[in-house]
Design a protein around this ligand. Structure first.
Ligand SMILES: Nc1nc2c([nH]c(=O)n2[C@@H]2O[C@H](COP(=O)(O)OP(=O)(O)OP(=O)(O)O)[C@@H](O)[C@H]2O)c(=O)[nH]1
Length: 128
């Protein structure tokens, strides 16, 4: 299963979202996004999911290395894109909360396990 996630950058901060208590992986942090649908491009999926979840418009910019992770019930390929924030005010339609954090702060949160290598890739990429 392919899952797209957006590392949305704005003024030196990155947007992170916390899964709600009623979702799978309750209260873990993730990057907003979701499952790729049949016939959909990766970028279109990201734009759609982030609009549906947060009511904001973003533009995917750069695809980073995907990470494969096997949960007890499924294996996902988590595909990250850095994104620019375009417009809209965040409305939480699915998540418990969100935060804008500095990239160096990312490792201080408890993430969905699939996201951990992605955070390291992203931080390395920022230093390059
Ligand atoms: N959007 C998103 N999903 C992630 C991330 N990391 C990660 O493991 N996932 C997993 O990828 C799947 C994305 O599914 P989804 O967002 O479209 O829908 P969902 O939470 O209702 O799915 P589920 O109920 O099947 O777990 C979930 O199983 C979620 O736990 C991430 O950073 N962003």
């Amino acid at each position: 299963m392919k899952v797209l996630c957006g590392i949305i950058e704005k003024d030196g901060y990155v947007l992170i979202t916390q899964r709600s208590a009623s979702m799978s992986q309750p209260l873990l942090w993730e990057f907003p996004g979701g499952k790729l649908e049949a016939g959909e491009t990766e970028k279109a999926c990201l734009v759609r999911e982030i609009q549906e979840e947060l009511s904001i418009n973003v533009s995917p910019v750069q695809r980073l290395d995907p990470a494969r992770y096997t949960y007890p019930d499924k294996t996902i390929d988590l595909i990250p894109y850095t994104c620019t924030y375009n417009s809209g005010t965040i409305r939480l339609l699915e998540h418990a909360t969100y935060k804008w954090v500095k990239p160096v702060e990312l490792t201080a949160y408890v993430w969905c396990p699939a996201d951990v290598p992605i955070i390291h890739t992203y931080l390395q990429q920022l230093q390059a």
